[in-house]
Ligand binder design. Structure first.
Ligand code: ADP
Ligand code: MG
Length: 385
C-alpha cells in the first residue's frame, strides 16, 4: 500500500490533517443471529481500511478510493436515503448519519485505501464506514472514539449509513466489531441488549491458527436471499408471539417448532435458536481453553447454515470439507453466505496442508483460485497519524 498520506497529497493537493484506520472482521460463530436479537462473536481482522482526511470549511465531500480508482465529489446537503449511489454512499452516509444524530460535521477531503478484500464477506464496507467515521470524529471534535459508549454511538451512525444511504439491510455486527473489538480478544455481542464482553482469543497459546479462505465466489443472490431470511424470522417470531427469535429458549425449541406453520419456518427457526446457543457454548469453551469443543461448534454451525438456513454454497462447503479433511478441528462459512469466506481452526503444523487441500479442491473443479490467510484478533478503529 502506497502511503495514504502521499496519495492524499497527490489527489487533493494538500497534506491530510490525519490518518485513521479501521479493521474488517470475521465472525467466529453466531451467523444470521444479529437481526434476531441474538449473539455473535466476531474478531477484528489484522486487515484494515485506511482513510487519510482533511477538514473542509464548505459542504463538499471530495472522495478518492484506491480500490474504486476514482475521485468523486458529493455535496453533503444532497446526501440522503439512496443518494449518492455506489461506493461513496458508505462514506457520505456516515457524515449524513452523524449530522442526523445532531453532530456538526462539514465537508472533508478523504483518501481511502484498503487491505480488506472487497465483497469477500470480511466487511470491507464497515471498515470503510468506521475509518471515515473515526476521521470525522476527530476532525470535527465529536469525541466518538473515547470509550465504548461513544464508539457504540459511532457504530450506530455507520449502521445507518449502510442501511439507509447505501441501502444494504445488514445487522449491526460488522460496525460494532470494527469499533469495539480488542486485540487478542473476540467480541461477544448481545444484539438484544447492545451489551458487549471481551473473550480471550489467543490461538497461538494452543498451537492453533485461524485460517480464512476467501472463496472468491460471486454472491449475486445475496441481497434478495438475505431479505427473505429476515422476513422468515419475523414471520416465525410472529407465529410464536415473541418479539424476536432470541426469546425462544433452546430448551423450548421442540415445542416452538411444533407451533410453526411450515417446514421452512421450522428449519430457519431451528438454525437461529441453536446458533445462539452455540455462541454461548463457544464462549464457555474459549474461556475454558477447550479448543476441540470450539472446533466441534464450528462444524455444527456450518451444518446448520447449510442445511437449515440454506445460505451456504458449493464453494463454501468445499472449502470447509477440504480444511476438515486436512486436519482442521472445525470449519464453517462466515458472514452472510452465498459466497464470501470460510474459517478453519487448524493446528499450526497442518496449516500448509489445509491451504493446499483447499487450493487443490478448487483447482480440481476449475474454480477461481481461493485466497487463504492466517489471521489473529487485531485492534479496533483508531487514529494512526
Ligand atoms: P463486504 O463488506 O463483505 O466486503 P459489501 O458488499 O458489504 O461486502 O461491501 C462491499 C462494498 O463496499 C464495495 O462494493 C464498495 O462499494 C464498498 N467498499 C468497501 N471498501 C471500499 C474501498 N476501499 N473503496 C471503495 N469502496 C469500498
Ligand atoms: Mg459489508
Amino acid at each position: 500500500m502506497t502511503s495514504p498520506a502521499a496519495t492524499h497529497l497527490d489527489v487533493h493537493g494538500r497534506e491530510p490533517d490525519g490518518v485513521w484506520s479501521a479493521p474488517g472482521r470475521v465472525n467466529l460463530i453466531g451467523e444470521h443471529t444479529d437481526y434476531n436479537g441474538g449473539l455473535a462473536l466476531p474478531i477484528a481482522l489484522p486487515h484494515r481500511t485506511v482513510a487519510a482526511a482533511s477538514a473542509r470549511s464548505d459542504e463538499v465531500l471530495r472522495l478518492h478510493s484506491v480500490q474504486a480508482g476514482e475521485t468523486v465529489e458529493v455535496s453533503l446537503s444532497d446526501v440522503g436515503p439512496g443518494v449518492p449511489e455506489g461506493w461513496t454512499a458508505y462514506v457520505a452516509g456516515v457524515l449524513w448519519a452523524l449530522r442526523e444524530d445532531g453532530f456538526a460535521v462539514r465537508g472533508m477531503d478523504v483518501t481511502v485505501d484498503s487491505e480488506v478484500p472487497l465483497g469477500a464477506g470480511l466487511s470491507s464496507s464497515a471498515a470503510l464506514e468506521c475509518a471515515v467515521g473515526a476521521a470525522a470524529s476527530d476532525l470535527f471534535g465529536l469525541d466518538l472514539l473515547d470509550g465504548d459508549v461513544a464508539r457504540a454511538r459511532l457504530a450506530a451512525a455507520c449502521v445507518r449509513a449502510e442501511n439507509e444511504v447505501a441501502g444494504a439491510a445488514t445487522g449491526g455486527m460488522d460496525q460494532s466489531a470494527s469499533l469495539l473489538c480488542r486485540e487478542g480478544s473476540a467480541l461477544l455481542l448481545d444484539c438484544r441488549s447492545g451489551g458487549t464482553e471481551h473473550v480471550p482469543f489467543d490461538l497461538a497459546a494452543h498451537g492453533l491458527v485461524l485460517l480464512v479462505t476467501d472463496t472468491r465466489a460471486a454472491h449475486a443472490l445475496n441481497d434478495g436471499q438475505y431479505e427473505e431470511r429476515r422476513r422468515a424470522c419475523e414471520r416465525a417470531a410472529d407465529e410464536l408471539g415473541v418479539g424476536t427469535l432470541r426469546e425462544v429458549p433452546v430448551g423450548g425449541l421442540g415445542s416452538a417448532l411444533d407451533r410453526l406453520s411450515g417446514d421452512e419456518l421450522r428449519r430457519r427457526t431451528r438454525h437461529v435458536v441453536t446458533e445462539i446457543a452455540r455462541v454461548e457454548e463457544a464462549v464457555a469453551a474459549l474461556r475454558a481453553g477447550d479448543l476441540e469443543e470450539v472446533g466441534r461448534l464450528f462444524a455444527a454451525s456450518h451444518a446448520s447454515l447449510r442445511d437449515d438456513y440454506e445460505v451456504s454454497c458449493e464453494e463454501l462447503d468445499v472449502s470447509v470439507d477440504a480444511a476438515l479433511s486436512a486436519g482442521a478441528l472445525g470449519a464453517r462459512m462466515t458472514g452472510g453466505g452465498f459466497g464470501g469466506s470460510s474459517i478453519a481452526l487448524v493446528p499450526e503444523g497442518s496449516v500448509a496442508a489445509a491451504e493446499e487441500s483447499v487450493r487443490a479442491a478448487f483447482a480440481e473443479r476449475g474454480w477461481t483460485a481461493p485466497r487463504c490467510f492466517a489471521v489473529t484478533a487485531g485492534p479496533p478503529a483508531a487514529r494512526d497519524a
